[in-house]
Design a protein around this ligand. Structure first.
Ligand code: CU
Length: 126
């Protein structure tokens, strides 16, 4: 009985490892359901959209890397980075997420990796 259980776990572990491996090349890791705003870094040093929208208050932002190199994500208000919010995704399929509290207003999303100035998008919070 114990041996059977161990074997079952091993089979499950292999299945999970295989599915995790295949998903990393095709679909990104899943983000928590609490994520209200999803931003993707795509090839060509850009985000998947040039403008995003969110609802004022605590905003859970998820970041997905569809590119092959490292990218970060910060929120800027005017010239000032907002709080300590700083997401980082190191390789294709990597995800990161975090919460930031924003009052209504117009913000900018940026990637802070040197040379990635083109990774810039508007964030309108209503
Ligand atoms: Cu970048």
């Amino acid at each position: 009985m114990i041996r059977f259980a161990k074997n079952s776990l091993a089979v499950i572990a292999v299945a999970v490892a295989l599915s995790a491996c295949s998903s990393s090349t095709a679909t990104p890791e899943t983000l928590p359901a609490t994520v209200g705003l999803e931003v993707h870094a795509v090839s060509g040093l850009k985000f998947d959209k040039s403008a995003y929208e969110a609802t004022a208050g605590d905003i859970e932002i998820g970041y997905v890397n569809e590119d092959t190199i490292r990218h970060t994500l910060v929120v800027v208000d005017g010239d000032t980075k907002v709080g300590s919010f700083d997401l980082q995704v190191n390789k294709r399929g990597a995800t990161d997420f975090g919460s930031i509290n924003l009052p209504a207003g117009n913000y900018v999303l940026l990637c802070t990796v040197p040379g990635h100035q083109s990774m810039k998008a508007d964030l309108t919070v209503k």
